[in-house]
Design a protein around this ligand. Structure first.
Ligand SMILES: [Zn+2]
Ligand SMILES: [Zn+2]
Ligand SMILES: [Zn+2]
Length: 151
């Protein structure tokens, strides 16, 4: 009998199947673990939670999920590569360097600019990847409160 998995994991597997990727046991296990992450995660986090899967299997499945648009890569400011669930098309991330939170930044306005700049170099643009670092609203509010308390 198949192990029960949650709705989000089921949705990941359905999307994979629609794209022609069978729902194998390792993929089911991974979809379940990924669906349960509440923050961005590393391949190593998955490996710890799925000790029965090999490193190569985890990386292959992650790559597949990224290629099919269900998971996106998140590059932290210190160079660590994380992953998170993605429910949208092209987007960027606002990454807080204090609490590590990530918000999706929808609406990409830089495509035209990049087209023009690339053309000037005789370069044919095929895509871009951009992360935005800073401090989120919650972290800024905490700091303002501390400043006021010390004033
Ligand atoms: Zn994303
Ligand atoms: Zn923050
Ligand atoms: Zn963009």
């Amino acid at each position: 009998m198949r192990k029960r998995i949650n709705a989000l994991a089921e949705q990941l597997l359905d999307t994979l199947e629609q794209k022609g990727y069978r729902s194998t046991e390792p993929r089911r296990a991974m979809a379940q673990v990924i669906a349960n992450q509440d923050k961005h995660f590393t391949a190593e986090d998955l490996r710890k939670q799925l000790p029965s899967l090999g490193r190569a299997t985890i990386f292959r499945s992650l790559k597949l999920l990224v290629e099919t648009g269900m998971v996106c890569r998140v590059l932290l400011e210190d160079g660590d590569l994380h992953y998170q669930l993605s429910h949208r098309g092209h987007h960027h991330h606002l990454l807080c360097v204090e609490c590590g939170s990530s918000q999706d930044l929808l609406g990409c306005d830089i495509e035209d600019l990049l087209q023009q700049t690339s053309a000037r170099h005789g370069f044919e643009l095929s895509g871009h990847w951009l992360e935005v670092y800073g401090r989120c609203n919650a972290c800024r509010n905490v700091e303002q409160t501390v400043e006021l308390a010390n004033a």
